[in-house]
Design a protein. Sequence first.
Length: 201
Amino acid sequence: MADVIISARFLPAIRRAAFSGEVEAGAWLTFRRSLITDHPWGGGEKDRFVLREITPLSVGDVVSASSTHITVRTESFVRLAARTAAEGSVSGFLHGHPGGEVRFSSRDDENESTLLNINRKKGGASAKLVSILCLPDGLIRARIWGKNKTPEATDVIITGVNMELYPEKTIAPHIDLDRQGRLFGDNVNQMLSRLTVVVVG
């Protein structure tokens, strides 16, 4: 179980970096990792990745790009992977799909598998890679590459004055939430069903 936390202050930079007009663009990312060994709600382990830094790809980082693909050189990522391994943080990759395709493509799989291998060479066999996909409507998807070299889709939580949640899976609303759903919409029920509230005092 994992999630990706993004401060709302990063959103403008993410959206600028993910697109170059109608062409895919991207950025290298740095995350702080927090492994919760016994999650207080739900039990078990939870891997939390908190975005710390965005470095937009330079012209020299891009081999080719179009509305449906981006291919990157990895030299600058190798340097980032070495730094994050030394710091104990996690490096990642951001790109956009200007056409609005909500799924990671097979080319994305190939590119990110290469980046994961670089992270492993610098940080060992347990190293991970965080991948972020941004869509023109603002939707953000994320997945974590780990030990099985199979990416795991994960929730994205945007924190700030307002909180946004981009869940990976939809939860069927409980009958008790029917009234709220009709009044505020099903998105509110999706948000409420994932929140844990602690009252102190």
